[in-house]
Design a binder for this molecule. Structure first.
Ligand SMILES: Cc1ncc(COP(=O)(O)O)c(C=O)c1O
Length: 434
């Protein structure tokens, strides 16, 4: 765990208790680990950096609320995620909207909120056509308008323009968003042309700066450094003519891994600071933001599952089939992600009681009717139907990517407090068969 030793990880006893109280599969989130991750991020990017949690990584309301209490704002990509952030108690002033899939209805909702005097902190725009659409809606809603002699009655909507940083992110292909070939953001040429359509000063929208995101689970800082450098250089070039461009949001992407195997947020922060220091003060952005998802939530959650079948195959050896798989944790099937996995019980007894050496390899598969529904091969003690297994680091891109294929219910989300208390965060969906 990269958040340091001695944290309130979900230990085996708490996980067995959760399984007996909530059934399996169930997701157990250690609030102690959430707090440690939030503290590590805060230490790396202290105020005046703005720190928002990217809700796409985990959209469980109880978890967004807990992170909100820990000082994290929310970064959302749709009205659906926005609704989760609101239900979690965050005001619009602490919420930013970005994402390539924003619908006309999402843009209308952002404009409506601004017209009602409760604007989002900003909307990050992906393309020139999205900017046109937003400007049209904002103008029709009278944002930025002035009543004769009465000054501005409705402030303009603040927007950031998303830059495609055109770098080579050190991550899995499926997690890289900052490549020149990717669908995300605008090239420098597109972005400056889009900016030129929005004159500084009065208008329905006010461009406040740039947004970028390099990719997720970044294995090194080099692509991120190049991207931040590129964004800062562009801002520094534009600022003298456009003093409103005071904001730079560098996205998320901070990885999780065993200590020393991946760069920590503090390492990214040092790179950013060095780049900022190299720019004349009057050309630096004054409002800086990060919006990580994975780093804040990945390691806090453990998925607890039961064994359904144990098969001995002549070729391939032992196969263990669990009652959880790609429907609750799609990452292994989607991009061969690996998760730590261990037995909580063996032949009905706590796994710690198994004699040393009594472990052997098994392929662990999920319950879904797809052969890609597999978690990988692990060394495990003897298992039988009903034994419990824990799958670690299942807090990011798991619950938020869950699907109902095969008619499967979403599992309960349980919060584990440092004193061992278990609290229901979200119930299992129930299907009634009549
Ligand atoms: C624009 C943007 N910001 C933030 C994130 C969060 O990334 P991560 O969970 O790797 O921190 C993503 C993830 O896709 C993203 O696309």
């Amino acid at each position: 765990m990269s958040h340091g030793a001695g944290l309130a990880q979900p230990g085996p006893d708490a996980l067995r208790r959760a399984a007996s109280r909530f059934g399996t599969p169930c997701a157990v989130t250690s609030t102690g680990v959430l707090a440690a991750a939030a503290a590590e991020l805060h230490a790396a990017f202290p105020d005046p950096w703005l720190r928002a949690f990217s809700v796409k990584a985990n959209d469980v309301r109880a978890i967004v609320a807990r992170l909100g209490d820990l000082g994290l704002d929310a970064n959302v990509v749709s009205s659906g995620e926005w609704a989760v952030a609101r239900a979690a108690g965050l005001p619009n002033a602490r919420i930013t909207l970005e994402g390539i899939g924003k619908t006309p209805a999402d843009l209308r909702a952002a404009v409506r909120a601004a017209a009602n005097g409760e604007p989002l902190r900003w909307v990050a725009v992906e393309s020139p056509e999205e900017l046109d659409a937003l400007v049209g809606l904002a103008r029709r809603a009278g944002l930025g308008s002035t009543r004769a002699g009465a000054g501005a009655v409705r402030p303009p909507l603040d927007v950031l323009l998303r830059l495609n940083p055109e770098v080579a992110p050190e991550t899995l292909h499926g997690l890289a968003t900052g490549r020149s070939t990717s669908k995300f953001g605008m090239t420098e040429t597109e972005l400056t042309a889009a900016l030129a359509t929005i004159p500084p000063g009065e208008g329905p929208v006010r461009v406040r700066g740039l947004h970028l995101h390099v990719g997720s689970q970044l294995g090194a800082v080099d692509a991120w450094r190049s991207a931040v450098h590129r964004g800062l250089a562009l801002l520094a070039l534009l600022r003298p003519e456009r003093p409103d461009l005071d904001t730079f949001d560098v996205g998320g992407g901070f990885p999780v891994g065993d200590p020393g195997t991946v760069p920590a947020p503090a390492r990214f922060a040092r790179e950013a600071q060095a780049l900022l220091d190299a720019i004349p003060e009057e050309r630096r952005p004054t409002r800086l933001a990060v919006e990580p998802g994975r780093f804040l939530v990945a390691q806090a959650t453990t998925l607890v599952a039961s064994v359904l079948h144990v098969r001995e195959r002549a070729e391939g050896g032992r196969v263990v089939v669990l009652d959880t798989g790609m429907t609750e944790l799609i990452r292994p099937a989607l991009y061969d992600a690996e998760h730590p996995l261990e037995a909580l019980t063996s032949l009905g007894r706590p796994a710690g009681e198994v004699p040393p050496g009594a472990v052997y390899p098994a392929r662990v598969d999920g319950p879904v009717c797809e052969s890609t529904d597999t978690l990988g091969t692990y060394r495990l003690p003897p298992l039988e139907r009903g034994d419990l297994v824990a799958i670690g680091w299942a807090g990011a891109y798991a619950a938020s990517m869950a699907m109902g294929y095969n008619g499967r219910p979403t599992p309960p989300q349980v919060l584990l407090e440092p004193d061992g208390t278990l609290m229901a965060g979200r119930a299992r969906t129930r299907f009634a068969v009549r």
